[in-house]
Ligand binder design. Structure first.
Ligand SMILES: NC(=O)c1ccc[n+]([C@@H]2O[C@H](COP(=O)([O-])OP(=O)(O)OC[C@H]3O[C@@H](n4cnc5c(N)ncnc54)[C@H](O)[C@@H]3O)[C@@H](O)[C@H]2O)c1
Length: 354
């Protein structure tokens, strides 16, 4: 069977996870790389044996040999590249967030509907974590009952990645659109994708990017700029759903917090669960409360395994073996939530989705 020829657009930090995972998939040939920064594209092409190097994504998309693309560029380019790729008859794996605005999300959705049955998968990689997938089985079997409350928190004490991440024009926002997208999606997916009813949110720009801090390392964009920062450093929100469930979230790039923390908790009428920092299932049996710890290799999200499963799933969708579990419609719903938090904060009022 012929290999799936893949092109990777954007050869910065996260592309490495895509390259590695494609390399490990025997059904894939890493065929082309594209980056505005030609040297970066060349380095990846050399390391992963890609035949073609492009500076302009339109040229990559014009190559009829390419079956599928990963989009690993700045958020403000996701919509244009995804739409052009679908129109060029390519399957698309687009990094999170799907794009910057709800309008763009709908435009991508329309392009998916108009295309010839190509897959567009949104990079909600945490759906592919073993801890998530194990818990999903328990939820689907009814072990948590009706999930009516969830709580998601992803706090960085020092972690504004700078560069385009800190430029609202290119990123669409700060920790909410970058980190919140993961933990909000994780809860929403495990809650059974309830329809959002209202959002009350707050964002704060109090601390800046704190590039003055010494002796503490953190994730940085490929082109780090210590000066640039137009994004919030903290966001929080209360999200209500039509089925009566609610989700509380807080996320930061920087905060006077003691340490970095990630917590994702779900509460149902039959049981509860902690997904992060370690999978635990909480239940009641014979008048006793039980904290159950599954015997699995990793109780927390394993980055390498999560990306490998995400890419393997994408490739099996490209091969027509299954439908993606992370479709464009979900990207649109999550975009509505993210935009709703920003809108609520800007207008100092609850946003309703009637
Ligand atoms: N899934 C995850 O856990 C995860 C983690 C980090 C980043 N991301 C997402 O991945 C994307 C990239 O993030 P990153 O950390 O790799 O950023 P990065 O700055 O390290 O790399 C981005 C690269 O894209 C290139 N680029 C930008 N616009 C381009 C265009 N129009 N054509 C070709 N190349 C272009 C830049 O030159 C740069 O090399 C973002 O959407 C981000 O949200 C996802």
């Amino acid at each position: 069977m012929e290999k799936v020829k893949v092109g990777i657009i954007g050869a910065g930090s996260i592309s490495e996870m895509h390259f590695e995972s494609y390399k490990n998939n025997p059904a894939v040939e890493i065929y082309a790389v594209c980056d505005l920064n030609e040297q970066r594209a060349q380095e990846k092409a050399g390391k992963y044996g890609a035949r073609r190097i492009y500076k302009n994504y339109q040229d990559l998309l014009a190559d009829p040999a390419i079956d599928a693309v990963s989009i690993c560029t700045w958020n403000n380019t996701h919509a244009a590249i995804a739409i052009a790729a679908l129109q060029a008859d390519k399957h698309v794996l687009v990094e999170k967030p799907l794009c910057k605005t709800v309008k763009e999300a709908h435009e991508i959705e329309q392009a998916v509907e108009a295309c010839n049955g190509k897959t567009l998968q949104v990079g909600f990689v945490r759906r592919f974590g073993t801890n998530t997938q194990v818990l999903k089985k328990f939820i689907d079997a009814g072990d948590l009952g009706e999930i009516y409350y969830a709580k998601a928190s992803c706090i960085r004490a020092l972690g504004n990645p700078g560069g385009w991440f800190a430029d609202k024009e290119r990123s669409g926002g700060g920790p909410l659109i970058d980190l919140g997208v993961h933990v909000i999606d994780l809860c929403w997916y495990l809650m059974g994708k309830p329809k959002v009813k209202s959002i009350s949110g707050n964002t704060y720009n109090k601390l800046g990017n704190r590039s003055n801090i010494k002796n503490k390392s953190f994730y940085q964009a490929a082109d780090y700029d210590p000066e640039e920062n137009t994004v919030e450093d903290l966001a929080n929100a209360l999200i209500r759903f039509e089925n009566g469930a609610s989700l509380m979230v807080d996320v930061s790039f920087t905060l006077h917090a003691k340490e970095e923390t990630i917590n994702v908790n779900l509460y149902g009428d039959q049981g509860g669960a902690e997904v992060e920092p370690e999978l635990q299932i909480i239940t009641e049996k014979n008048d006793t409360i039980l904290n159950a710890t599954p015997q699995i290799d990793a109780l927390s999200f394993d980055f390498n395994k999560g990306f490998q499963k995400e890419i393997d799933h994408f490739i099996s969708c490209v091969q027509g073996k299954r439908e993606t579990i992370s479709p464009v419609q979900d990207g649109v719903e999550i975009m509505k939530i993210l935009a709703g938090v920003y809108e609520s904060s800007a207008s100092d009022a609850e946003v309703r989705f009637d």
